[in-house]
Write a protein that binds this ligand. Structure first.
Ligand code: PEP
Ligand code: MN
Length: 340
């Protein structure tokens, strides 16, 4: 951390900053400049909480050199983390691209069986579907909850697919982990710290969606909560962020895909369904994410999108998905073979 003093800071103010650094057990190093003095803090192992400095007089700026996350950073762990969900399915390998598909919500055994059988016959190995649904309005469909989990369990047994499903509260982590192969933490819960801690204690990979208005630092700090608990298998998922633009449901921030790969060793996938909210935009954005270097995509697919109980406008039908799936595979092969 670097503390830059104001140009007219007094000796007394500089002294108080130095004393505060020492009181915290670190060493102050003065870096005198022509205009103003900066004080470097050394001796710290990781990120320093700057609260004790915030109200001190004479300080112009506090610059953090170390990030508030360490375990998720590439500096700390240079090799890519590969999340092995099963013997056949890994997420995060440079030579592989994961496709996760399924409806927004589990609605009935028939709906799930239909979609799972269709997806499985195309070659999709990971099925999505929410049993616990975080909905903006309490009057909207809230998910089948426990019944939804049993449907997912039956469909898994029938098709052999792996399942990713959302967990909304810490007390449900154990129960959801009995059925899920990957625990999803949704955008609205990205900063539910008790939930992150509990997911960190689970023995299942975690798909951590970016919060509705979360910065990259906040998102990676949330992932750090999971890693700190001893679970290194986190898959980050960009799902669009809230901006002033209302023409799309969210603003798809594809630039974070290569950025996250620079900052972190964790796999990063893209959700073009929530990122756009519009069926017609899912295909071009999914393909763009392949070229941006994503390790996979998660796409909402419903056997009859017009009847979907949630996220109908952004769900693809099986035909649309099947054509997109082929295009994703072809594009990814092209990218690999041309080293793009
Ligand atoms: C979902 O995946 O259906 C979902 C609720 O997504 P998000 O948390 O990104 O809004
Ligand atoms: Mn959804």
């Amino acid at each position: 951390m670097l503390i830059v003093m104001q140009h007219n800071a007094t000796q007394e103010e500089v002294k108080r900053v130095r004393e505060t650094i020492e009181r915290l057990g670190f060493r102050p190093v003065a870096i005198p400049g022509a205009e103003r003095t900066a004080i470097g803090v050394i001796g710290n192992q990781g990120w320093i909480d700057d609260t004790p400095f915030q109200e001190l007089p004479g300080i112009r700026e506090i610059i953090h050199v170390t990030k508030p996350y360490k375990l998720v950073s590439r500096d700390f762990h240079p090799e890519d983390t590969i999340v092995r969900v099963s013997n056949q399915v890994s997420i995060g390998e440079e030579g592989g691209f994961a496709v996760i598909a399924g409806p927004c919500a589990v609605e009935s055994p028939e709906q799930m069986t239909r979609v799972a059988e269709a997806l499985s016959s195309l070659g999709v190995r990971v099925l999505r579907g929410g049993a616990f649904k975080p909905r903006t309005s309490p009057h909207s469909f809230q998910g089948l909850r426990e019944e939804g989990l049993s449907i997912l369990k039956d469909v898994k047994e029938k098709t052999g697919m792996l399942v990713v499903t959302e967990v909304m509260s810490p007390e449900h982590v154990e129960r959801v982990a009995e059925v899920a192969d990957i625990l999803q933490i949704g955008a609205r819960n990205m900063q539910n710290y008790d939930l992150l801690v509990e997911a960190g204690r689970a023995k299942k990979p975690v798909l951590l969606k970016r919060g509705l208005a979360a910065t990259v630092d906040e998102w990676l700090s949330s992932a750090e909560y999971i890693l700190v608990q001893g679970n290194p298998y986190v898959i980050l998922c960009e799902r669009g962020i809230r901006t002033y633009e209302r023409a799309t449901r969210n603003t798809a921030d594809l630039s974070v895909i290569p950025l996250i790969k620079e900052l972190s060793h964790l796999p990063v996938i893209f959700d073009p369904s929530h990122a756009t909210g519009r069926r017609s935009l899912v295909r071009p954005m999914a393909l763009a994410s392949v070229m941006a270097g994503a390790h996979g995509v998660m796409i909402e697919v419903h056997p009859e999108p017009e009847k979907a109980l949630s996220d109908s406008a952004q769900s693809l039908d099986i035909m649309e998905f099947s054509s997109l799936y082929r295009a994703i595979k072809e594009l990814f092969e092209f990218k690999l073979s041309h080293s793009l």
